[in-house]
Write a protein that binds this ligand. Structure first.
Ligand code: 5GP
Ligand code: MN
Length: 340
């Protein structure tokens, strides 16, 4: 781990620490944050985890979850004060301050030392200390490596381990994406050694759907899936009314885009959802086709090469029309992006 001495020095006495992560945190965002928080608390720091928005219920079992402060207009003054008074500000699993909404401006102004721990492409340069690694499978992997490089692997208990496991498990797609390195498997072996119940974490995250969520999945796959063979592309577009009809909660649409990508021969998939304030998009690809570039060039987004997100202020219909109209520009790439 490069430049670990700077972090050692920064944390060599108890500090006021705040940790934040991206809008609508997923398991890696929250797991890396709570894993790091658990470790820093054991080192004697005062730690507050603040998320810029709510997150799915299937993440609420993690150690430290009950102390998470979820930003809202109502606690704006409190959040501002915590950010202003923090001596150290950890930014986890995002690399652009626009990804944390109102909090982005507060952190930009803050005087505390900003530490970036992330694995996304195209970072904005706002941190004082940078532990970004775009080759890492998950931010939770980097957090694990940082704790180890600090010489504190023995402080990782099952609570911290479960949170980090959740991040690594989900961001590797349960150890199936090409990012699943030797290092990932070695970390998991370490976590098993200390007693992390990996199958419990899997169940808590993947097998805790409401009945309606499952019926929504059935509906989306049966009635909403569009397959464009000419472009090896499939997408699902969901209206605000459909979300309402199925009482869709935060996180209920997570994973849906992967079904579109699981069709034989499909190399590019999108999930396009009318979230009322904006249309939110999720992109997934396999092989050489860059979902990141597509999101960045056309939908004000970004992420990883094969998993990215973006948004649009157009209507749902106009966004879908724009998405479809872009595909011919990529026809050759999409046809050549073969899956072995
Ligand atoms: P998801 O489709 O699961 O929301 O996100 C896929 C990946 O892209 C995640 O790593 C996520 O952090 C990133 N991502 C999602 N939405 C955005 C966005 O609007 N902008 C950027 N830069 N990254 C995003
Ligand atoms: Mn991540």
């Amino acid at each position: 781990m490069h430049n670990i001495d700077a972090l050692k020095e920064l944390l060599n006495e108890p500090k006021e620490v705040m940790i934040t992560t991206h809008h609508k945190p997923d398991a890696d965002a929250l797991g890396s944050s709570l894993g790091l928080a658990g470790y820093l608390k054991k080192k004697g720091h005062r730690v507050t985890v603040i998320t810029p928005s709510d997150y799915p219920d299937f993440l609420n079992w993690m150690q430290g979850n009950d102390d998470v402060l979820v930003y809202s207009a109502k606690n704006d003054a409190l959040v501002r004060r915590i950010i202003k008074e923090a001596q150290v500000i950890f930014c986890l699993d995002f690399n652009n301050l626009s990804r944390i909404n109102e909090m982005g401006g507060y952190i930009r102004e803050a005087e505390g030392t900003k530490v970036l721990v992330d694995h996304h492409l195209q970072p904005e340069n706002f941190a004082d200390l940078d532990y970004a690694n775009t080759n890492a499978a998950a931010t939770a992997e980097i957090v694990y490596d940082l704790i180890k490089a600090m010489g504190d692997a023995d402080l990782i208990d099952t609570g911290i381990g479960e949170a980090l496991y959740a991040g690594i498990m989900t961001d590797t797609g349960s150890f199936r994406h090409p990012s699943t390195s030797q290092n990932v498997h070695l970390i998991i072996a370490d976590l098993l050694k200390i007693g992390v119940k990996t199958s419990d974490v899997h169940r808590l995250i993947y097998d805790s759907s409401s009945e309606l969520r499952l019926r929504f999945l059935g509906y989306a796959l049966k009635d909403k899936l569009v397959v464009l063979r000419e472009y090896n592309t499939a997408y699902i577009a969901i209206t605000a009314e459909e979300l309402k009809a199925y009482d869709s909660k935060t996180g209920d649409t997570e994973g849906l885009v992967n079904y579109a990508l699981s069709i034989e021969g499909i190399v590019f998939a999108a999930l396009i959802i009318d979230r009322s304030q904006a249309v939110k998009m999720s992109f997934r690809s396999v092989g050489d086709f860059s979902a990141n570039e597509f999101a960045r060039d056309h939908f004000n987004g970004g992420g990883h090469k094969n998993a990215a997100g973006g948004m649009s202020m157009d209507t749902l219909d106009a966004t879908v029309a724009k998405f479809e109209s872009l595909l011919p520009l990529y026809k050759e790439q999409l046809q050549q992006a073969t899956v072995r």
